[in-house]
Write a protein that binds this ligand. Structure first.
Ligand code: HEC
Ligand code: HEC
Length: 320
């Protein structure tokens, strides 16, 4: 705090306390002219006569105690401009000592997780409990409390068997540590409206969703440029974050118009990086919780598993 502002605050404190103290003492001493009937003689418009009563004693004592307390506080604690107070308390120091105490309590617990694999942590309730808390605090805004994704921000569904960037423990940890940006280029300049509509119908056909088979057949011819990223069968490519187009539930909506919009204007879904904010130990815990939310049996069984797992059962419902 600069000297000017420190002085400014000190001035205000002295002025404020001075005025209240003066009023307090003055009010004890001032003599109000009193009529023989104990009133001030003033009669209010409604006919009420104004009485004269001394302040109750408890009130005066209580106020005096407040002044003593206020002055003692300003002597002991920071509050009077830049003056630090006699006992040297500060909010920063208290935070630091609370944090240190918390770390001391938590460190042994976290140490126990060192060197354990994400799969193991995903089966350890103490680990997933902390992971879940971290998720609620940091991730739920975009992925939802239930991890099923918040459509408006393109936050991916983390509970299904379809992964943009891969669902192995290592892929999930990398995604969270360093973030990801999926780049779906805009094709509005390259394809006309009919080609886009045909392609969108073809995309719908890949997930067995209602579509026009005539348009889908026409769209298939254009799909070669898409196959470079989404694969010839549309199953996606985790190296590029290209989604599996055969999935019923989509990042950006299941309607024909949603898909046409994506093809025309492109998309750049961005998952922020957490290495700095959370650090590796916490990222491993939240990754373990995320890993525990999705079906991940032996890879070929993933489709069956996604149909059987209760968490992803309503996946085909147009939730949001
Ligand atoms: C600001 C919004 C936002 C926040 C906060 C956020 N994410 Fe994401 N996350 C996204 C988006 C958007 C994507 C999809 C990226 C893409 O389109 O390629 C994503 C993708 C992911 C993926 C990859 C999914 C897949 O299918 O491969 C994982 C895993 C993930 N997030 C976990 C987390 C975790 C854990 C946290 C909290 C530490 C978190 N996210 C916080 C927006 C967010
Ligand atoms: C350069 C690689 C690339 C090409 C080429 C490409 N895509 Fe994509 N596509 C992506 C990526 C990456 C995403 C995910 C975008 C995101 O995460 O925000 C995506 C997303 C989509 C989505 C949204 C899926 C969802 O879940 O909502 C659709 C639909 C789609 N692409 C269709 C197409 C079609 C049709 C073509 C061909 C005209 C095409 N893409 C060409 C990379 C590509």
């Amino acid at each position: 705090m600069s000297d000017f502002w420190s002085g400014w605050i000190m001035g205000l404190v002295v002025l404020n306390m001075g005025i209240t103290l003066f009023l307090f003492i003055w009010a004890q001493r001032v003599q109000i002219p009193t009529q023989p009937d104990g009133t001030s003689g003033h009669i209010w418009a409604s006919g009420l006569r104004e009485g004269v009563r001394p302040l109750p004693r408890w009130w005066a004592l209580f106020s005096a105690a407040c002044f003593v307390w206020a002055i003692a506080y300003l002597v002991l604690y920071p509050g009077f401009g830049a003056y630090k107070g006699l006992i040297g308390w500060s909010a920063h120091a208290e935070l630091a000592s609370d944090t240190a105490a918390n770390d001391a309590k938590l460190d042994p617990v976290l140490k126990g997780f060192d060197g354990r694999s994400i799969e193991e942590l995903a089966k350890t309730p103490e680990a997933t409990r902390i992971g879940h808390r971290l998720f609620v605090d940091n991730c739920a805004a975009c992925h939802g409390l239930d991890a099923r994704g918040v459509r408006a921000v393109g936050g991916a569904d983390l509970t299904d068997a379809h992964w943009l960037w891969g669902g192995t423990p290592q892929a999930i940890v990398t995604t969270i540590l360093d973030g990801r940006t999926g780049v779906m280029p805009p094709f509005g300049a390259m394809l006309d409206a009919k080609a886009i509509e045909d392609l969108a119908n073809y995309v719908l056909s890949l997930s067995d969703s209602p579509h026009s088979s005539e348009k889908a057949a026409a769209g298939k011819a254009h799909f070669t440029v898409c196959a470079a990223c989404h694969g010839p069968d549309g199953k996606g490519n985790p190296a590029l974050g290209a989604p599996d187009l055969t999935a019923k539930r989509r990042l950006y909506g299941e309607r024909l118009a949603d898909i046409e919009f994506t093809i025309q204007h492109g998309r750049t879904g961005t998952m922020p990086a957490w290495r700095q904010r959370l650090g590796e130990a916490d990222v491993r815990l939240v990754a373990a919780w995320v890993y525990a939310q999705s079906p991940h049996d032996s890879p070929p069984a993933s489709v069956a598993a996604s149909a059987a797992a209760p968490a992803s059962a309503p996946a085909s419902a147009p939730a949001r």
